[in-house]
Ligand binder design. Structure first.
Ligand code: SF4
Ligand code: SF4
Length: 440
């Protein structure tokens, strides 16, 4: 998360305010109602499939780096499971009548808040390890919906979510966006298209690009220019990140999704291009139609690395060789959860770089430790640093000169980790690497 976001004055979210006045029982009921809204056939299947084998534990970076039993993935969904057993499992009416399946208490929900917001990056590595195919990452995400309803979420994440609700973006208002674009134009002596009435491609940004990674915006502009694309950014729909998706605020998730889709249609764009951001890909590519409530057949939601790989393969983007050996961190939401594992390797091959893969890479890669809103949650820093150390050891073991990734949140997590531990390795953006090696 950018410094701009972490330095905002404290403002609680609307639901947080409302729930702040709620009684314990009202909070429990709000959480249970939020959980119940998620209980369908798939959840029932998951809840009844666990054989308590413990294999998911060895997949989770937070359990592996702390050794604490409470961080085992299956433990993180216990109150959600309790709520299911109390309300939806067969004979739950009888179970309730005889108090055989008590639901979670407020103390349990409070304790659980740390587990599902601080110690889960929704990375899905445990999901891959589970022999029963239980998607724990998805269950944690669904459980956040109930926690949000009960006002049980980390203050910092609530504040940033509130900013996304009332200011348009965690970064700020449209005027803040226009100011940042003007700063980037001055910094790189370029002109950037904003608010064109018609364009073929709507380019969106994450707060990290508007704040710390200005060079990524300039890099994208350079590539669009070489391709001769008719593109624009929009001051009314510039935000690619979705803090509704991360916090559990489904109304906000829907609102942010619809904003991007509606703007793309208004300007006649056929492509909504997402920046180097992981969860934006999950929210806008894989969940957009669900929240929009209609198919999006006329729009192609693309991630930057997918876009680059496509144009490199077609020969439209021509590259000169880049120097050095390289290792690549696979962002979980792009690769394991998002199906884009080949795209970065197409790009690195086209750059002629000698790729030294991490011990765990591709779909098996460990999370950076900051995904799923954990980077935005300042109190989770000690836990994040432990996950960072795991990744740092793997990067060093490759002996590669350069360390590259394609998610701004991963970059910020590595930058923060490097600063805290005095690590000299600088993580680089794949997009910026491409732009720096375009042939003239
Ligand atoms: S999704 Fe990732 S962080 Fe969350 S419990 Fe599973 S392995 Fe751990
Ligand atoms: S790996 Fe799957 S079946 Fe085994 S304990 Fe974890 S969730 Fe249960």
């Amino acid at each position: 998360m950018s410094d701009q976001q972490t330095k905002e004055p404290a403002v609680a979210s609307r639901t947080f305010d409302k729930q702040g006045d709620a009684t314990d029982q009202e909070r429990i009921e709000a959480a249970m109602a939020g959980f119940a809204a998620e209980f369908g056939a798939r959840t029932a299947l998951y809840m009844n499939a666990c054989v308590r084998c413990g294999l998911c534990a060895e997949a989770c970076h937070f359990y592996l780096t702390t050794g604490e039993a409470k961080y085992t993935p299956i433990h993180k969904i216990r109150p959600f499971e309790k709520a299911y057993r109390q309300t939806r499992q067969p004979f739950s009416v009888l179970a309730r009548a005889f108090n055989l399946a008590p639901g979670p208490s407020l103390d349990e929900l409070q304790e659980w808040q740390e587990l599902i917001y601080d110690s889960c990056t929704l990375c899905g590595r445990c999901t891959m390890a589970c022999p029963m195919g239980i998607d724990i990452a998805e269950l944690v995400k669904e459980a956040r919906h109930g926690m949000y309803q009960a006002g049980l979420m980390p203050d910092r994440l609530a504040q940033i979510t509130h900013n996304a609700e009332v200011k348009h973006s965690p970064f700020g208002e449209p005027e803040d966006f226009l100011k940042a674009i003007s700063d980037i134009e001055a910094e790189f002596s370029i002109k950037l298209p904003v608010d064109r009435a018609k364009a073929d491609l709507l380019f969106t940004l994450a707060p990290g690009e508007l704040d710390e990674h200005h060079s990524s915006v300039a890099a994208a502009a350079r590539i669009f220019d070489q391709l001769g694309v008719n593109w624009t950014m929009s001051s009314e729909a510039f935000e690619a990140t979705n803090f509704g998706y991360l916090s559990g605020n489904v109304d906000l998730q829907r609102q942010l999704t619809c904003r991007l889709i509606d703007k793309a249609r208004e300007i006649g764009a056929s492509v909504v291009l997402l920046p180097e951001c992981g969860h934006a890909w999950g929210a806008a590519r894989w969940e957009a139609a669900r929240w929009y409530g209609a198919p999006l057949d006329d729009l192609h939601v693309m991630h930057m690395i997918e876009y680059l790989a496509k144009h490199i393969e077609s020969g439209a983007i021509r590259l000169k060789p880049a120097s050095g050996t390289v290792t690549f961190h696979d962002p979980c939401q792009l690769v394991r959860r998002g199906g884009l594992g080949e795209a970065p390797r197409i790009i690195l091959r086209a750059l002629g770089m000698d790729l030294h893969e991490l011990e765990d890479h591709g779909e098996e890669a460990f999370c950076c430790g900051g995904g799923g809103g954990v980077l935005a949650n300042t109190r989770a820093e000690p836990l994040r640093l432990k996950a960072f150390e795991l990744k740092k050891r793997q990067v060093e073991a490759t002996g590669a000169d350069r360390f590259v990734t394609s998610c701004g949140q991963c970059r910020l997590q590595f930058d923060r980790g490097a600063k805290s531990t005095g690590w000299s390795k600088q993580v680089e953006s794949l997009l910026e690497l491409v732009a720096a090696n375009l042939t003239d």
